[in-house]
Design a protein around this ligand. Structure first.
Ligand SMILES: Cc1cc2nc3c(=O)[nH]c(=O)nc-3n(C[C@H](O)[C@H](O)[C@H](O)COP(=O)(O)OP(=O)(O)OC[C@H]3O[C@@H](n4cnc5c(N)ncnc54)[C@H](O)[C@@H]3O)c2cc1C
Length: 404
């Protein structure tokens, strides 16, 4: 008897979305290639936090999440330390997921995901160049390489996705009028479990504990209004961050001071308006290619991992030779993911506006409400974790034999 041919997929981009998608499809019996443009997998940036839902998805995908990050029990505070709200999580979720909200270095996550990937899946130095969908298969072209022909193409190539552009045309980026400076350091001193997101009238200055390859540390970031695409002429990011947040409650200023300059980065904050449709024919999108999200959510990478997991679930058992069946599975996947991802992206955009873009004469009133009412507790401290962990039951438990 001829063995059944495995379904085949090309995933473009080896960030969190691509890695999770490749793991999910491989787990479901697909023959998958993960194509990255660079000669190595590069973590885009440094600092990262993960909520419980992506942690559960990682476990279900066979990724070792033991000691992946440091618990960060996080409060919203005023810059002088006054507590305004805290991100509350049910005790059982916090116990199961290492505190619930964890801090880590981005490379630590990538490394764990790559360790779970079978040999031969990752194809480096493959820059996506275009595709032709003839209805029965997709031919995927890479710069200077032989094309590959597969049953399914997945664009996991980030906010400037070439796959999305080819599928749906170009769309303008949405500049949030914000920029962020962030950094991290490791230490052998004991660290706490407290994370703080603090704001003065115009600047956010935040930190959380992190864990990386068995060592403790802290990550921090400073975020403020910034004219879209204005040149940033400062050479010393750390000195600039300190200038903007030096008046914040300790330990933030000390954390910034003790960070090595090479462990600091700066980003301008951009996303795109959520897309109405992701998939067409035999191609779909995951992660930032579909729903780029402001760091205000601390969840873009988390949602990218969830996308990969759910795509695997929706494709399980689909007869890929049947184009209608494949298209309808892709539609079901995106219909499941769009309400959640759009809500998170839009909320992160609006939160940035509220903290940094309200006119000066309204800021005292805004801050009075933040300081003296339950508004921030309800709208952030309770609503944000609750929306995220609502998805936990829809993710399968990892098999009992799997590493957690
Ligand atoms: C400052 C900052 C802080 C953040 N903090 C958090 C956080 O705390 N928690 C969180 O969950 N998220 C956070 N995010 C969001 C998170 O970084 C992104 O949502 C996440 O990286 C998206 O993953 P992705 O795999 O979709 O895309 P990317 O990470 O952008 O990966 C895309 C990959 O595709 C490759 N690629 C691109 N074009 C091609 C091509 N033509 N051919 C082949 N390969 C290609 C790229 O090289 C890259 O490897 C933060 C973002 C920023 C900027």
């Amino acid at each position: 008897m001829t063995p059944l041919k495995k379904p085949t997929a090309a995933v473009v981009g080896a960030g969190p979305a691509g890695l999770a998608t490749a793991l999910a499809l491989h787990q479901r019996g697909w023959d998958v290639g993960l194509y990255e443009r660079y000669p190595e997998v590069k973590a885009a940036g440094n600092i990262l936090n993960l909520w419980p839902t992506p942690q559960k998805a990682l476990r279900a995908l066979g990724v070792d999440t033991r000691d992946l990050g440091a618990p960060a029990f996080t409060q919203l505070r005023r810059h002088d330390g006054r507590i305004r709200a805290e991100f509350r999580m049910p005790a059982e979720v916090a116990n199961e997921y290492n505190g619930g909200f964890i801090g880590l270095i981005r490379w630590g996550l990538y490394k764990r995901m790559m360790d779970a990937l079978p040999e031969g899946v990752l194809q480096l130095s493959h820059k996506f160049n275009g595709f032709i969908d003839d209805g029965d298969s997709v031919q995927v072209d890479f710069e200077g390489r032989e094309p590959v022909t597969v049953d399914l193409l997945i664009g996991a190539d980030g906010i400037d996705s070439a796959v999305r552009k080819e599928l749906w045309g170009d769309s303008p980026k949405r500049y949030h009028g914000l920029h962020l400076m962030g950094g991290w350091f490791l230490t052998d001193e004991p660290i706490g479990t407290r994370g703080v997101f603090a704001h003065d009238r115009t600047v956010q200055g935040s930190y959380t504990p992190i864990r990386h390859e068995g060592r403790n540390g802290y990550e921090w970031w400073v975020l403020e209004k910034w004219t879209p695409q204005a040149p940033f002429t400062q050479t010393d990011i750390r000195a600039y961050a300190l200038e903007r947040a030096g008046h914040f409650d300790e330990p933030l200023p000390s954390f910034i001071e003790r960070t090595a300059p090479e462990h600091t980065h700066r980003w301008e904050i951009v996303d795109r308006v959520p897309m109405k449709q992701w998939s067409k024919g035999r191609t779909t999108l995951v992660g930032d290619a579909a729903h780029p999200t402001s760091p205000y959510a601390a969840y873009g990478a988390g949602m990218s991992i969830e996308d990969g997991y759910f795509l695997g679930r929706f494709l399980a058992g689909v007869a890929v030779a049947d184009s209608a069946a494949l298209t309808s599975a892709l539609q079901a996947f995106e219909d499941h993911r769009k309400p959640h991802t759009s809500k998170v992206s839009q909320q992160a955009y609006v939160t940035g506006k509220i903290f940094h873009h309200v006119p000066a004469f309204i800021r005292p009133l805004r801050d009075f409400v933040f300081d003296h009412s339950a508004f921030l507790q309800k709208s952030q401290g309770d609503a944000v974790p609750s929306h995220i962990i609502k998805q936990l039951p829809s993710i399968e438990d990892a098999p009992p034999t799997a590493v957690r």
